[in-house]
Write a protein that binds this ligand. Structure first.
Ligand SMILES: Cc1cc2nc3c(=O)[nH]c(=O)nc-3n(C[C@H](O)[C@H](O)[C@H](O)COP(=O)(O)OP(=O)(O)OC[C@H]3O[C@@H](n4cnc5c(N)ncnc54)[C@H](O)[C@@H]3O)c2cc1C
Ligand code: SF4
Ligand code: SF4
Length: 491
């Protein structure tokens, strides 16, 4: 049944667009069919990489169905059907688009993209009341859809109805889910500031500002701003060289911070962000948990408690959030002294999926492992002193949503970044990026090793290429990611 249904949906049909006979797969959106024969229908809320939404309605066309009924429909989500007659530029279509553009121009009078399109339809000025001359969001929903459907993190959504409708984060608060990949900012047709409220896309201008405000040194486009790169190990043990632990101990001893947000395992392998206030707490939190652990709620809590000498240890996504929050909050908390220790990160895993996959592939209960490592392309789980390993690529189904869109390997905005790549076993690679970083290293008890910068650069480029490839379709609305699925008939 299903197969027949699919076949029926994929059958070739004939319809007419602007008096031209056109063959198309049944169910393909009219907008796509028109485009395939060189007829361009304007749209603001449609993107081939995402589901159709029909919110801006600018792609309205007039159709005449088999029973001779005429009506206006949105071509982005109206399916091609046998015998349909479509007019993309009839008087009624043009009148409909004009009215819609007048409304959009009244909502966002100063957005060039809307001004331009309105002008194409002979509209120079808004003819409706302008409520807010600074509004720049047309509520097209591209940002919310890209975040949910492609990146898969659901950091933003619509809230409220009617004139109050807006794109925002849950509870209008700093998002715990945003990974700062910037997909929303890339896809937004109006480059709205809404994609930057309580979310953390680090655009080129933000990167420059963060570099100027918090960091110092040479700029390297793959590694970020840095003053020195070295390899070392500390005295407390840890995941690699135990450098993060040694730096945290050094910072606590020097009084650079009195609370550090670190990540500790719960009962099993699941992990949570906790506050370390002394050396024992720091040592207890040693070791990598290959999960994306959110630390923003704790950072907010500590700030509200009046703490102002803080350290965070985080993956690049958490560090991006911390830096953007720091930029926003500095006027409110001028005494805030934040030390940011970043971990290199290629990807993190979803706890449940990783547990399932590790059980299947290695026959090991993830919750019982003493240590996990990723080394030379292998994921290694140690249980009762015995190592069980599988190529990391066999765990691809367990990778966290969002990671394939993230382009920062070396944690470019941290005061000091630490990873294993570039160092011999038992050592950590350290990239120092600020005075705070220098200060942390000054008293830390470290034994130096040999560092290979090329190896770090290679992986940084590799990660960036992956993100660029995955984000590329967003910059090219006409590039198809997957064939658009035929739309079930709803009209
Ligand atoms: C998800 C993830 C992926 C990584 N991928 C790579 C990689 O591809 N290549 C590479 O070179 N390095 C990677 N690292 C970093 C590496 O695993 C080590 O954390 C780093 O080398 C520091 O080792 P250390 O011995 O100096 O740290 P330690 O002294 O053992 O201290 C580790 C510190 O990291 C904190 N921590 C542990 N897990 C997390 C977490 N999930 N989120 C935030 N903080 C955490 C701990 O609380 C502790 O303070 C990754 C880390 C994470 C968390
Ligand atoms: S912020 Fe941009 S992408 Fe999101 S709904 Fe508004 S106009 Fe559309
Ligand atoms: S790859 Fe690492 S830094 Fe990027 S989103 Fe995933 S966990 Fe965060």
């Amino acid at each position: 049944m299903e197969a027949n249904g699919m076949e029926a949906n994929m059958r070739e049909i004939t319809l007419k667009i602007d008096d031209k006979e056109v063959r198309a797969k049944e169910g393909t959106p009219l907008l796509e069919v028109a485009k395939s024969v060189g007829i361009n229908i304007p749209t603001l809320c449609h993107h081939r990489a995402l589901s159709s939404y029909g919110s801006c309605r600018i792609c309205s066309v007039e159709i005449v169905d088999k029973r001779g009924r005429k009506r206006i429909v949105t071509s982005c989500n109206y399916p091609a059907e046998e015998g349909l007659v479509v007019y993309t530029n009839s008087d009624k279509t043009i009148r409909t688009r004009k009215t819609l553009l007048e409304l959009l121009l009244a909502r966002t009078p100063n957005v060039p993209k809307i001004q331009e399109l309105a002008r194409e339809y002979g509209i120079e000025k808004p003819s409706f009341w302008v409520a807010d001359g600074n509004e720049d969001c047309i509520l097209c929903g591209l940002c919310t859809r890209v975040c949910a459907e492609l990146v898969g993190v659901n950091a933003i959504d619509f809230a409220n109805r009617g004139v109050e409708r807006q794109v925002t984060t849950p509870y209008y608060a700093f998002s715990d889910d945003c990974i700062g990949c910037g997909a929303c900012a890339i896809i937004c047709p109006t480059k709205s500031k809404r994609t930057r409220i309580n979310t953390y896309p680090v655009l080129e201008e933000d990167a420059k500002q963060i570099n100027a405000q918090f960091l110092k040194g040479t700029f390297d486009e793959n590694i970020g701003v840095y003053t020195s790169i070295l390899s070392a190990k500390g005295p407390y043990g840890g995941q690699d060289g135990g450098v993060v632990t040694a730096l945290l101990v050094s910072g606590l001893q020097k009084g650079m911070f009195d609370s550090a947000i670190v990540v500790q395992r719960k009962e099993g392998y699941e992990a949570e962000a906790v506050v370390a206030e002394n050396i024992d707490d720091v040592i207890k939190a040693r070791g990598t948990k290959y999960l994306r652990v959110k630390m923003l709620p704790i950072l907010k809590e500590l700030l509200e408690m009046g703490k102002n000498k803080l350290a965070v240890v985080g993956t690049p996504c958490e560090v991006r959030a911390a830096r953007r929050i720091q930029q926003v909050l500095l006027p409110e908390y001028p005494d805030l002294q934040l030390t940011v220790i970043g971990l290199f990160c290629f990807e993190a895993f979803d706890y449940e999926k990783l547990k399932d996959t590790v059980q299947k592939l290695l026959g090991v209960d993830l919750d019982s492992v003493e240590k996990t490592q990723i080394h030379k392309g292998q994921f290694i789980a140690t249980v009762n002193g015995k190592d069980y390993s599988t190529p990391v690529k066999t765990l691809s189904a367990a990778i966290e949503n969002g990671c394939p869109f993230c382009d920062d390997f070396t944690n470019k905005y941290a005061d000091v970044s630490v990873g294993s790549v570039g160092s011999d076993e038992g050592f950590s690679t350290i990239i120092v990026r600020s005075d705070i970083g220098d200060n942390l290293l000054e008293n830390a008890e470290l034994i130096k090793g040999i560092v290979d910068k090329e190896e770090i650069t290679k992986l940084a480029i590799f990660k960036k290429k992956r993100a660029t490839k995955n984000l590329a379709p967003l910059k090219q609305p006409d590039v198809q990611v997957q064939p658009p699925a035929p739309i079930p008939r709803t009209h």
